[in-house]
Design a binder for this molecule. Sequence first.
Ligand code: NAP
Ligand code: HSE
Length: 430
Amino acid sequence: MSDILKVAIAGLGTVGVGTVKILQQHADVLAKRCGRPVNIVAISARDHNKDRGVDLSGYQWYSDAAEMARDADCDVVVELIGGSEGIAKDAVEAALNAGRHVVTANKALVAHHGTELACLAEKNGVSLNYEAAVAGGIPIIKTVREGLAGNSLSRVYGILNGTCNYILTTMRETGRDFDDVLADAQKLGYAEADPAFDIDGVDAAHKLAILASVAFGTEVDFDAVHVEGIRHINAMDIQFADELGYKIKLLGIATKVNATIEQRVHPCMVPEGAPVSTVEGVFNAVVCDGDFVDTIMQEGRGAGEGPTASAVMADVMDIARGISVPTFAVPATQLQKLPTRPMAERRGAYYVRLMLVDEPGVFADVAAALRDHEVSMEQLLQRMRDPGEAVPVVITTHDTTEADMVNALNAIAALDTVTEAPCMIRIETF
Ligand code: NAP
Ligand code: HSE
């Protein structure tokens, strides 16, 4: 271990600048806590001349992040560019191949290439740390990988995307439009470079795939995640949820069922009063069910400059202190590949909103489709509209399988009296 830990930072946007600020503002306390100074030596971004609001004059500039990762005189490369391919991947691979530790906030990269990068890190005897990639400022990777390491975990779930939680909360509290609230989340630095990753559930799916790997000792398997986003949720659904005693949350849920893994990201109706229902705005929460610890929940800001940089810093400090644990809790070559539990086997209750032509016999057809697929109704709400307009009808069901629910909805969607695609939201009671 050299006296000073020399850090090179690739990417100086929201998270990169936050990381520079912590390293500059807390230099003394970081040195005390790590037992040695932690100094930035090199930086890379696209635009050398951009004013980033921090003093970068003392650091060596590289216009090529991969060259910096390979050639700079550093111990750690902190990758804060983003993207599963291209320069971010090149820089991380260059660093690992050069025997340098890597810290990254890049969930897309870890979700798509985590297993192979972990093998590369282990082969080169260095760490690949990614705390900031999952749930922003919440130290959930450390919690699962170290704090809960004595447990067998059966389930991890939670609110994993700050942008979506911010949008759903703000729409409910203010009645503002989806696009308007998304623009706010972008201004606040919460959203991904392409916000479709947030609102289509992909970002949460990246995080869930990583979390499942650490929790269950399995290879990171992003392709196995069932993904739905929040684009189809409208003000009417938020209002109906409220009337029925639920809140709508985009959740990521990973469960180990016998020797299979279920991973799904989709909007859920969560009963008001359930622990995750109270997590609002940009906050994330992760719940872990373990055989000895029982259930724990951690909550904190899931996005933004400060919280994310805080998580990056914890990873850098582990390296400065000489703390090293296997990337995904067990050596990368020993990660298991378990089969995926099909979504069709999910069993639970459902919220369904239909837009129906208001004429005699319409409801009998809907009820027949539910009966034919053995879906049992629990509640029914109908709202009046002006004559001639389609009316919203909301049904909640008793527990049924996803396969039966989907088949019933296909039959309902095919009715002439159904004017738009049914909105289906799974009810999760925990
Ligand atoms: P950002 O604000 O868009 O910053 C990206 C940075 O990467 C910019 O400084 C950009 O340079 C630089 N960059 C782009 N292409 C480059 C290239 N070819 N070579 C070198 N640098 C390049 O992104 P961010 O929000 O900080 O996110 C960074 C990473 O953290 C992503 O993986 C993201 O998913 C993850 N993350 C973000 C948050 C959050 O709340 N924002 C939270 C958790 C994790 P210029 O500035 O010169 O254009
Ligand atoms: N875009 C992400 C979010 C950033 O909104 O949660 C944090 O990973």
